[in-house]
Design a protein around this ligand. Sequence first.
Ligand SMILES: Cc1cc2nc3c(=O)[nH]c(=O)nc-3n(C[C@H](O)[C@H](O)[C@H](O)COP(=O)(O)OP(=O)(O)OC[C@H]3O[C@@H](n4cnc5c(N)ncnc54)[C@H](O)[C@@H]3O)c2cc1C
Length: 337
Amino acid sequence: MGNVWIFIEQDAGKIAEVSLELLSKGTELAQRLGVKTEAVLLGKHVSALAKTLHEHGADNVFLAEDPRLEPYSALPYTKVVCELIRAHNPNILMFGATNMGRSLAPRVASTVLGGLTADCTALEIDDFEDRANSRVMKDRLMQIRPAFGGNIIATIANSWGDPQMVTVREGVMQLKEPKPGRTGKVTPVKVELTDAETVVNIIERVKSESKVNLKSARIIVAGGYGAGSKENFGLIHKLAEAIGGEVGASRAAVDAGWIDHEHQVGQTGVTVRPKLYIACGISGSIQHRAGMSSSAKIIAINTDASAPIFSIAHYGIVGDLKEVIPMLINAIKGKDQ
Ligand SMILES: Cc1cc2nc3c(=O)[nH]c(=O)nc-3n(C[C@H](O)[C@H](O)[C@H](O)COP(=O)(O)OP(=O)(O)OC[C@H]3O[C@@H](n4cnc5c(N)ncnc54)[C@H](O)[C@@H]3O)c2cc1C
C-alpha cells in the first residue's frame, strides 16, 4: 500500500499552517494504515523547512528545489507533483483548500485521473462496499463533507484507484504539537521542466494581509441576524472589546452588510476553535456550527429557547441581546475595577 502524502504549501519560505494541520491528520491516518507520512515540498531554497516537517510528523520529505518553482505557478507544480505520483504511487494525497491548493489539486487529479473531494470536514479510514462491482475495498479513505447546501453530510469514497485526493480548509484539522528533535528522510527530486511548462512569467505580486485573525483568537464574540440592525451589531463589537476578543459573524449578518465577510464563521467562512465562543442572535444552522462547534466553551444568547445553537452551547442565556449584552459588559467592567 502507498504512503500518505501531504502537499506542503509554502510562500517565500513560510509554511502555510494548513499544511502542518494536514501533517497532523496525515500522521494519524498513516498510523492507522501502517504506512509512512510523506511531505511534498516544492520551491526555491526551501530545504531548511524539512526539519519543521519532520518535527510535525513527516517521515520523508520529497524536496523539489528549483528557481522556477518560486513563486507558485500551476503548470510547473502540476508537472512535478504528477511525476512524483507516477513514480511512487501514494495511497492518499492531501492539499489545503487554499487558493494554491484549489488551483493545484484539480489539475493534479485530472492529469493522473484520480478522484478528488474538495473541502472535507473529516477524514476516516474504513472498508468501502463497492456495490456496483460487488466487492469490499479494505481501508479506504472516507472523505466526509457537507453536501446539498449543507443539508446532508456526505461520505465519499474513491473506488477506482489511488491516490485518493482531498482538499481540507484551514482550521478544520487540529494542529498537534511538534516533536522537537524528531528527524526523518529527505528525498531530493529532480526537476525537469519544458519551456511550455514555464511559459507563465510572474512579474509582480501584490499581497494584502487580512487584519482579522479569527483563527488564532482565544475569545470570539459572534453576532447574527438576531442583532436586527448594523447599529445593534455595534453591541457585538463592544462586548468583544470589553472581554478582549475578536468579532465573528454568521453569514446572515454578513449578507445584511453589517460586517465584512472576513469575519464570517462557518462552512463558507473561517473554521475556529477558540477557548470561548459567544454566539449572540445566531440560530445555529448546520453551516454555522461547522465552523465553531469545536470551540472549548460556547455561550449562546438567543430570544428563542428552542434555537439549535442551544443544543451545542455549554451555557445558554434566553433573552434579548440588546438587554443581555449591556448587562454582560457592565458585569465585566465591574469585575475589572
Ligand atoms: C452553502 C451554504 C453555505 C453557508 N455557509 C454559512 C457560513 O459559513 N456561516 C453561516 O453562519 N451561515 C452559512 N450559511 C447560512 C446558514 O444556512 C444560515 O442561513 C445562517 O447561518 C443564519 O444566520 P443567523 O443564525 O445569524 O440568522 P437566523 O437563522 O435568522 O437566526 C437569527 C437568530 O437570532 C435570534 N434572535 C432574534 N432576535 C434576537 C434578539 N433580539 N436577541 C437575541 N436573539 C435574537 C432568533 O431567535 C434566531 O435564532 C450557509 C448556507 C448555505 C446554503
